[in-house]
Design a protein around this ligand. Structure first.
Ligand code: PFF
Length: 449
């Protein structure tokens, strides 16, 4: 059923790199450490790994097979298999979630860009634990600068997306992903050899069961979906560019492996660094932006390592923002028959508008800093709403759709098409029909009470 005119990945490795580029992002290097820090370190890591294995991996294969079979964006994919009925709403939810996540994700990506410029121009050489928070607040509170950085990052994303699937997304991922990995190895060696690194390792590796609560589990599951770019059809869209004869289970499993590996590795970089300076790991979204510049200022060669670190974050963010924009763009290209450039530009414009209130969450306008009634910032609300809830709900419906409507036996035919063999076919069917949806519902209900 797939069309070939929409573009394809040039090779299996092209898909693996592009999909890993989508998965590996700020979620791994910025969000994972601070969420783990807030949820008791190793305990969170444990539930995160369990979520990846039991809930997220089956959904990843479900999304990619749905995408490859239909050759469509999320809305088109549901429509192709169930033209009547409301299943397409799950696709629309995905497109909207993508735009919403992109709007605040690009703000954080803008921070990484700003911090990269600061690091490379030596601005952090005099920063200390006492003024790091003020520097961060001064930076995020500069609304004009923030809007500029947001705009620049969105435009960079538009540039890659409008170049197309293989000559844009795939080509950039092929250069950026290995670059990211090399930078991480440098940083890992530096961090593990810092004095006092072992305290960070203890926090990261020894679970503290007294911290066990429903919140740890829901945050771990939300993080697993966010990190693997699941629940909003990014992997349906990327799967739709996968050639019929490629080995789908192996390609997707590599993506899950890389993503998990990089998140775990980021923890090995961040926690030793934090504890070596006696700082608090539960520092929230500002964690890497407040603490790391201080550490870089104190360590030999910190200017170079600091610049490398923020460059790393920019790269990781860009290959992910590209996939967020690609979902909405693919929808416009397939369903509205717009050109790729127009699709990317229009969707980017909408994203920018929704990014403005998130930027204002850091200004001194009280309304956006603490919304009436709920008292969280607009940005905090967006993150909770779309990352934790929308992705989990999306993933739930995708699992149900593939398990019962399209039917897992049909999905398996697609999954094994280029492969003949899929060792875990039975486990996968059980997961997608029972385990994933049940666990998602359980965790969501738990989070309400
Ligand atoms: N997986 C990305 C990260 O971990 O940073 C974020 C993301 C990208 C989420 C694409 C969802 C998505 F569709």
């Amino acid at each position: 059923m797939a069309t070939t005119t929409r573009g394809n990945w040039g090779s299996k490795i092209g898909f693996i790199l592009a999909a890993s580029g989508s998965a590996v992002g700020l979620g791994n290097i910025w969000r994972f450490p601070y969420t783990a820090g807030e949820n008791g370190g190793a305990l969170f890591v444990f539930f995160y790994l369990v979520s990846i294995l039991l809930i997220a991996w089956p959904v990843l294969i479900a999304e990619a097979s749905l995408g490859r079979f239909t050759g469509k964006n999320p809305v088109g994919a549901f429509k192709a298999l169930r033209p009547k009925g409301q299943w397409k709403l799950v696709g629309y939810l995905g497109v909207i979630t993508g735009i919403m996540i992109l709007s605040f994700y690009s703000m954080i990506a803008g921070w990484t860009l700003g911090y990269f410029f600061r690091a490379i121009t030596g601005k952090f050489s005099t920063i200390s634990g006492a003024n790091a928070r003020r520097v961060f607040e001064g930076f995020t509170g500069d609304t004009f600068l923030q809007l500029l950085l947001l705009g620049i990052f969105i435009l960079m994303t538009v540039y890659v997306v409008s170049r197309g699937v293989s000559s844009g997304i795939e080509k950039f991922a092929k250069v950026l992903m290995p670059g990211l990995f090399i930078i991480m190895i440098f940083l890992l060696i530096r961090s593990l050899t810092l004095e006092g690194a072992s305290k960070g390792l203890a926090f990261y590796l020894n679970p503290d069961f007294s911290k066990l609560s429903p919140r740890v589990i829901i945050d771990a599951m939300g993080q697993a979906f966010f990190s693997l770019s699941l629940g909003m059809g990014a992997m349906i869209t990327y799967g739709s560019y996968l050639k019929k004869d490629e080995n789908l289970p192996s390609a997707t499993s590599w993506v899950a492996f890389f993503d998990t590996f990089i998140a775990i590795m980021a923890g090995f970089i961040i926690f030793p660094a934090i504890f070596s300076q006696g700082m608090d790991p539960a520092g929230g979204p500002g964690l890497v932006f407040e603490i790391l510049p201080v550490i870089f200022a104190k360590m030999p060669g910190g200017g170079v390592f600091g610049s490398l670190f923020f460059l790393l974050l920019c790269i990781a963010a860009l290959t992910s923002t590209v996939s967020l924009l690609e979902v909405a763009s693919a929808y416009c290209i397939d369903e509205k028959k717009w050109s790729r450039k127009k699709s990317a530009l229009v969707m980017a414009g909408i994203t920018f508008i929704f990014g403005i209130p998130s930027v204002l969450s850091y200004s001194n306008i009280k309304f956006f800093k603490a919304l009436p009634l709920i008292k969280t910032s607009f940005f905090g609300l967006q993150d909770k709403l779309w990352t934790t809830f929308a992705l989990s709900i999306g993933a739930f419906f995708i699992a149900i759709f593939v398990g019962y409507i399209w039917k897992s036996a049909n999905a398996l035919k697609e999954i094994t098409r280029g492969t003949q063999k899929f060792k875990y076919a039975l486990i996968w069917s059980i997961s997608v029909k029972f385990l994933s949806p049940l666990l998602i519902i359980l965790v969501l209900v738990m989070s309400i009470f």
